[in-house]
Design a protein around this ligand. Structure first.
Ligand SMILES: [Fe+2]
Length: 498
């Protein structure tokens, strides 16, 4: 026995002798093949245009069109059938010529049925190999498309790639990819007509097509079956159509449709499978896009909520800082003025906008550590005694402790903790020197001292601006960073001359 492969192979017999046709048809049908026989090359071509066959068993000498001419035409039309020549006039030359133009093998008449079976079996093995090669080619192409998808972040680019691959790999005349309106991504409809497509004007009836697809995996329609879904001037028996959903987790996001109106391409099961895999890729891309979009939106909302919380917190902390000054007529507004001077210095020094904003807020909070010191002690008219001085000097440390647990204010601590450090290392709480003192601390120190000098205090009247400026100049390089003093004095001069 021939060891027929699992699939039933189809054979088209072409011979002008009825006896030969009948004998072969009976025998091969009894062997389990699907057999059709015709009497001329022209009839064979018509049959091949309508149905795909695995093998073409053709007589050599026939009226109208010879077996060799038939093979040439079959090759020209691109039919994937394995041609085998039968001849009663067998010479080596004829056989060689038949093989040269594309015949797979030849059989000499009169033939024994076993010989015919042997040749056919070999041809089917070859056909199988060809199919596997096509499958492999599709697999390689799917791999290539997957690579492209993985390296592309734009969903439109991904879908365009899938659309192009659908057109090129199936040999379709037209492909269309459409997402459904209710889907969260912008409604998308992309289509491409093959550059050398010979199809005339037509229109797809998308609504009935989507309805017909329903919850099915995909549709492969041929000939008349395509009529309800394709409007065209002259209904073609050669039309074939594949519709496959873009579906993920039972949710249908859209549809891919491939259409062929010409004899050249008649969609097969392989094409349907290929498009289904591409559709799965497209659906996954759309779903990723949708999830990323959702994530971005959630992130935006979270950032917004976080910003609102931070702003609330800022205002609360600021409220505490101002409350410390409220009961003291001498220091009321001090922190706001220190913030204003610090901002002026930072801007004059050409520091960036984020630093300018930070130091403004740090200036407002620089004495927040005084929250634990009683107002009476703070406003004492006379000199502070030693324990009072010790307590007062703890306010930078207290300010640091207040801000430490607040992650989005932690970067302000250098301004709060170091505004009583002195450039020559004689300040507190750490006795840092020169650039060891964070810039925020060096700037606030100048702003703080200047405002203290130019404001009334319980123990003295406010100094004039000139005296205060002179004092800053005198202590530049010892108590204060000279660069900071220079920047501040420049800013004051500019302000006074405007
Ligand atoms: Fe202070």
């Amino acid at each position: 026995m021939r060891g027929v492969p699992e699939k039933s192979f189809s054979i088209l017999i072409v011979d002008d002798e009825m006896v030969i046709r009948d004998v072969l048809e009976d025998f091969l049908s009894s062997e389990g093949f699907d057999v059709v026989s015709v009497s001329s090359g022209h009839e064979a071509l018509e049959e091949l245009d309508e149905e795909p066959y695995d093998a073409l068993l053709s007589d050599l000498m026939m009226p109208g069109m010879t077996g060799l001419q038939l093979i040439e035409e079959v090759k020209k039309r691109g039919h994937q059938v394995v041609p085998i020549i039968m001849t009663g006039y067998g010479t080596i030359e004829t056989a060689v010529h038949a093989m040269k133009i594309g015949a797979y093998d030849y059989i000499l008449k009169p033939f024994k049925m076993e010989e015919v079976l042997q040749v056919l079996n070999r041809s089917f093995e070859r056909q199988q190999l060809q199919r596997e090669n096509i499958d492999l080619k599709h697999t390689v192409n799917i791999y290539r498309i997957s690579e492209t998808i993985a390296s592309t972040k734009n969903v439109s680019e991904i879908l365009k790639e899938i659309l192009n691959a659908s057109l090129e790999e199936t040999g379709a005349d037209y492909v269309r990819l459409q997402t459904y309106e209710e889907f969260a991504v912008p409604d998308l409809c992309m289509e491409r007509l093959a550059e050398n497509g010979e199809c005339g004007p037509f229109e797809l009836n998308m609504e009935p097509l989507c309805e017909a697809l329903g919850s099915q995996g995909s549709l492969l329609l041929r000939g008349e079956e395509t009529a309800p879904f394709v409007q065209q001037d002259s209904p073609s028996l050669h039309s074939s159509l594949i519709a496959t959903p873009l579906r993920i987790s039972n949710v249908t996001l859209g549809i891919i449709v491939a259409l062929s109106l010409s004899k050249r391409t008649r969609f097969s099961e392989g094409h349907r499978k290929f498009l289904s895999i591409l559709a799965t890729k497209a659906a996954a891309s759309l779903e990723n896009f949708r999830l990323i979009d959702k994530l971005k939106e959630a992130n935006r909302e979270l950032t917004e909520a976080n910003r609102a919380i931070q702003e609330n917190f800022r205002q609360t902390i600021l409220g505490f800082a101002r409350a410390i000054e409220q009961n003291d007529p001498y220091t009321r507004g001090h922190s706001d003025r220190v913030a204003k001077y610090s901002r002026l210095i930072a801007k004059t020094m050409g520091l960036g906008e984020p630093f300018v904003e930070d130091i403004t807020f740090a200036g407002q909070l620089h004495d927040i550590g005084k929250i634990g010191i009683s107002p009476q002690k703070l406003n004492k008219a006379g000199k502070l005694n030693a324990p009072e001085i010790r307590m007062f000097r703890r306010h930078p440390e207290m300010g640091k402790r207040i801000l430490e647990p607040i992650s989005f204010m932690r970067h302000l601590i250098p301004g709060v903790y170091c505004h009583h450090e002195k450039y020559d290392g004689t300040g507190y709480p750490q006795g840092l020197k020169r650039e060891e003192i964070p810039l925020m601390g060096r700037i606030i120190a100048v702003a703080d001292t200047y405002d203290a000098m130019t404001s009334d205090r319980s123990y003295r009247k406010a100094l004039s601006e000139d005296v205060a400026v002179e004092e800053l100049r005198r202590n530049s390089g010892t108590q204060f960073d000279p660069q900071v003093v220079t920047a501040f004095l420049d800013a004051l001069t500019k302000r006074n001359t405007v």
